[in-house]
Design a protein around this ligand. Structure first.
Ligand SMILES: [Mn+2]
Length: 332
């Protein structure tokens, strides 16, 4: 999908007021691109309002302008805009969780445009600037800003860096393009405070999250052949540390980081006593079939499911399933 920005530039030039919105449960690329568009469109003389269904995550709340992003449900009944500009929204349901939520937002606006980087985007707006090859929407957004004639500032650089760095796994995923590095260089030239934003986005965490992680690491068991690893978190672990399910996003990867480990699982007890399995594998090993067997799903190397047995039973069973996928015996 080639990047065509001219129709979007025309839509922006024709608008006086713009409503910018990214996807629900916003991530670094959603918030970073929203704020970069706000700064740039304001510099280009537009009146800009930014909304999201959900609040800005704590790790992104220090980005310049983040406090100005409103909740969608705070919009007054008679607030109207010339242009709805969606960013990083892969399909219409990702705006509020329903097609109707998107239609309600669209009904407030004279025209509807989007800028996105999901190859599966069904091009659901009047104007669709979708580049399925870009590893972060902040890359086409950076080009749009250049074509608007708005110079980069340290604030703009911070917002673009937030999207670019998080969607590329801090420039580590295979999808990271030469353009990603070229734009990163431009951001540094523009005065980006790299150490500050790197810490905010990738390092800083809460005491509760660290305490919960230590419980997970303490619970780690390795198979005899060292190829499979399982960690367990009980309801008690959450209660005693103050940790939250959202603190568990990366924990299974901690087990997968151990040399020799090919498959890993985090088994975490939920409030209702069921057990959520987070499964990870290194290619060519896969965990999607295990998740599917338990009514879950996901990708080949990252999948999940919920099982309705006790925590210890779930951990024992998943160890057996991981070994069947990647253990010494699976090769006999
Ligand atoms: Mn994105």
């Amino acid at each position: 999908m080639a990047r065509t920005l001219e129709p979007l530039l025309e839509a922006i030039r024709a608008a006086r007021t713009v409503l910018v919105c990214a996807h629900l449960n916003p991530d670094g690329d959603a918030i970073g691109s929203t704020l970069a568009l706000c700064h740039a469109l304001t510099a280009a003389g537009k009146r800009v309002t930014a909304v999201n269904r959900d609040p800005v995550p704590l790790s992104l709340s220090g980005l310049p302008g983040a406090e100005q992003i409103r909740r969608i449900d705070s919009l007054g009944e008679d607030e109207r805009f010339d242009l709805l500009l969606l960013t990083d929204v892969s399909d219409a349901r990702r705006v509020t969780g329903s097609e109707a939520g998107f239609e309600a937002l669209r009904a407030r606006c004279g025209h509807c445009a989007q800028i996105d980087h999901h190859g599966t985007n069904p091009l659901f707006c009047e104007v669709n600037a979708v580049d399925g090859e870009a590893p972060a929407v902040c890359l086409p957004v950076r080009e749009l800003i250049a074509r608007l004639g708005v110079p980069l500032t340290p604030d703009l650089a911070a917002c673009l860096y937030a999207g670019l760095s998080t969607d590329t796994g801090n420039f580590a995923y295979g999808s990271t393009t030469p353009e990603a590095f070229r734009v990163a260089a431009e951001l540094v030239e523009a005065g980006l405070d790299l150490a500050k934003w790197h810490r905010a986005l990738f390092v800083e965490t809460s005491l509760a999250a660290v305490r919960l992680e230590s419980r997970a690491l303490n619970s780690l068991t390795l198979s005899d052949d060292g190829r499979a690893a399982v960690m367990r978190l009980s309801r008690q672990d959450f209660a005693e540390t103050g940790g939250l399910p959202e603190h568990c996003d990366n924990l299974a990867n901690r087990a997968l980081a151990i040399r020799g480990v090919r498959c890993a699982a985090l088994c975490r007890e939920e409030a209702d006593g069921s057990v959520k399995l987070s499964l990870r594998a290194l290619p060519p090993f896969r965990v999607d079939a295990i998740a599917q067997r338990h009514g879950g799903g996901g990708h080949a190397q990252a999948a999940g499911a919920t099982v309705h047995v006790g925590l210890e039973e779930a951990a024992g069973a998943v160890m057996g399933e991981l070994l069947a996928q990647c253990g010494v015996r699976s090769e006999e």
